[in-house]
Design a protein around this ligand. Structure first.
Ligand SMILES: *[C@@H]1O[C@H](CO)[C@@H](O)[C@H](O)[C@H]1NC(C)=O
Ligand SMILES: *[C@@H]1O[C@H](CO)[C@@H](O)[C@H](O)[C@H]1NC(C)=O
Ligand SMILES: *[C@@H]1O[C@H](CO)[C@@H](O)[C@H](O)[C@H]1NC(C)=O
Length: 577
């Protein structure tokens, strides 16, 4: 069986570990090339901070101590670049002097090619060591971005220039005119909410719940609209943190093309990331997106952007004219921890988002978990309950022997063995799905294991025909486990419908049980009365018993019909997820 569930789990794990785009933790990789904080404010003109080095010359392999100092600041970002190409990539790598306040980042393909802050703590000085690479350019200049406060920062503050021995003098003196400063992501504000008009006719839409209105507070919405060679993508959904979607070749983690809209300090940053293997995705420093705009209203994050069908220059972006599974996820984006709020949504099949427009939904429940729940419902609502009633009340009804055992016992044993079989199959599925123990499922997995152990012990004890009565507790644990399981995020049957329906079922089961119990009691009383009268004993007894048997069989039939109705209701609900 294909366990797509694992993919969700791992994908979610990946999202749990997405580094924050914001600055408090210094994971400012998207600033790699521009060195510009995406704070949405212009940088300050005249820098107050400066960098210093002792050397003026360097050789490959040298460690150069770089000091950044000035008035108290919160954030910083230091790189070395070719002094003759300050718009080019970072050069060389760094070593930290103080891991508490500084950390290494990888810009482009050069590991540890930038240093940034670890927190917003106030500092006046930072030291790091630059290691000259073997292929270093002749002249290297240090550049720093310094954030004093959220709105007050300086970008690409020019630092000292150091040169290789015998290098010709620098021809074009490095100067960074303010007008050449890179600007932050050109992002505009959406003035209106998205709408679903055109879904299925002019644009490809994914909506959850299906057919919901993207303006509504509970609606997750994603649409793709192709004009010419460019695709307009609109995404919205309720979230405190990020909303994201990813294109995937399969239902497994790895090799996925992801797009994230991350709410940071009341601003939305729109990013792309390539999800490779089980590694946490790294937000791309540059992305292929255009016409970015966003809006946050009433807790709903909305963002829209354009992308060309093919963007060969950007590794990790898939062509938009092929078939993919599409995931949608949301979660918190505060600090480093991106806790998911719910299971990601995944389309049931692969879709060509630029092909014929469709209006589809998706499922937040992994197939394995749905099968797990379904098997448990089948076991609980049919085999266990009926098996128990048969053993309790049908000994006198079906006393005849069949293949060497009484019929009631044959029926009971068959139902109970089926239960154990169903439970065993269902039992392994969540382990396959999670790839291990389900950490965040509360008591449900513990009770589930107890049920499994009891079921096996039950079988063993059964054949030794002892201690059998003790296993009433089994039914109780089974029931509690079902109640707890129904609302776990991986299944999440509609609330409070599921609880009420389940209570209805328990009432139905107990009602029938009590009815049969009363009936048995009356039958015994009747037989005793007849016995006392000592008239026509045999005849009356037989007719009373015969009537009793008919009654029991009728009740059992009704009971089975009722259980089947409950079961179908639940299975239908699971299928809807
Ligand atoms: C839906 O949005 C489109 C594009 O913004 C707009 O042209 C159209 O008038 C809107 N439709 C409705 C019913 O608001
Ligand atoms: C698509 O191309 C046509 C003609 O080439 C042009 O008129 C139209 O504005 C383009 N649409 C967009 C959205 O770029
Ligand atoms: C997806 O749709 C586009 C536009 O209709 C089409 O050109 C492309 O061949 C389709 N791709 C696949 C794999 O069907």
């Amino acid at each position: 069986m294909e366990p797509p569930g694992l993919a969700f789990a791992v994908w979610m794990f990946a999202f749990l570990s997405v580094p924050a785009t914001g600055y408090p933790n210094g994971k400012v990789k998207e600033a790699c090339s521009s060195m510009m904080p995406l704070h949405g404010h212009p940088p300050q003109p005249s820098p107050e901070h400066s960098m210093s080095v002792k050397e003026t010359e360097f050789r490959p392999g040298d460690h150069i101590k770089v000091t950044l100092s000035g008035p108290v600041f919160e954030g910083f970002f230091i790189q070395a670049r070719n002094a003759e190409d300050l718009a080019g990539p970072a050069v060389g790598s760094f070593m930290l002097a103080d891991k508490k306040i500084s950390q290494l980042l990888t810009c482009g393909h050069v590991k540890n090619s930038a240093v940034s802050h670890t927190s917003k703590s106030k500092k006046k000085q930072v030291v790091a060591y630059w290691i000259a690479p073997t292929d270093a350019p002749e002249h290297v200049q240090f550049l720093a971005t310094v954030v004093e406060k959220y709105k007050i920062f300086w970008v690409k503050i020019p630092g000292p220039i150091i040169s290789q021995p015998n290098a010709p003098p620098l021809t074009t003196p490095a100067s960074i005119a303010p007008e050449t400063l890179p600007t932050s992501q050109p992002v505009s504000h959406l003035t209106k909410s998205f709408n679903a008009s055109g879904c299925g006719s002019t644009k490809f839409c994914i909506r959850n719940p299906s057919k919901c209105d993207p303006g509504a507070a509970y609606c997750f919405f994603l649409s793709f609209k192709l004009d010419n060679h460019s695709v307009l993508i609109e995404m919205s959904g309720p979230s405190e943190g990020y909303i994201a979607f990813a294109l995937s070749h399969d239902q497994w983690m790895g090799d996925d093309d992801a797009y994230l809209c991350i709410n940071e300090d009341h601003r939305i940053n729109i990013n792309t990331a390539y999800l490779s293997g089980r590694n946490p995705p790294v937000l791309d420093s540059e992305n292929a997106l255009e016409a970015l705009s966003w809006r946050v209203a009433d807790g709903v994050v909305q963002c829209s952007f354009r992308r060309n069908l093919h963007v060969p220059a950007y590794k990790g972006r898939f062509n938009l004219d092929a078939n993919y599974y599409i995931f949608m996820a949301d979660g918190e984006a505060s600090g480093l921890i991106h806790k998911h709020q719910q299971q990601p949504l995944i389309t049931k099949g692969m879709y060509n988002v630029t092909g014929s427009p469709k209006d589809i939904g998706g499922s937040r429940s992994p197939l394995l978990i749905k099968v797990h729940a379904s098997l448990m419902f089948v076991a609980w609502m049919t085999t266990v309950s009926i098996g128990v009633i048969v053993a309790r009340f049908f000994k006198p009804v079906w006393p005849h022997s069949l293949f060497g055992k009484e019929i009631w016992f044959q029926v009971h044993r068959m139902l109970m063995l089926t239960t154990v079989l169903l439970t065993s199959i269902a039992f392994v599925l969540p382990f396959i799905y999670r790839g291990g123990w389900s950490e965040q499922a509360g008591f449900h997995p513990y009770l589930g294991c107890t049920v499994m152990v009891l079921a096996i012990v039950h079988v063993v004890v059964y054949f030794s025909r002892r201690l059998h009565r003790l296993f009433k507790i089994f039914k109780f644990i089974y029931m509690v486990t079902m109640f707890l399981g129904m609302d776990l995020p991986a299944l999440n049957l509609p609330d409070p419908w599921d609880t009420y329906t389940m209570i209805g079922f328990v009432a139905w089961h107990v009602g029938i049980d009590v009815l049969l119990e009363i009936h048995s009691y009356c039958l015994i009383r009747k037989v005793e009365v007849i016995d006392d009268d000592r008239i026509q004993i045999l005849q009356s007894l037989t007719s009373a018993e015969a009537k009793g048997h008919t009654f029991k069989q009728t009740v059992l039939t009704i009971y089975i019909c009722g259980n089947t109705a409950f079961l179908i209701t639940f299975l239908a609900a699971i299928n809807q997820l």
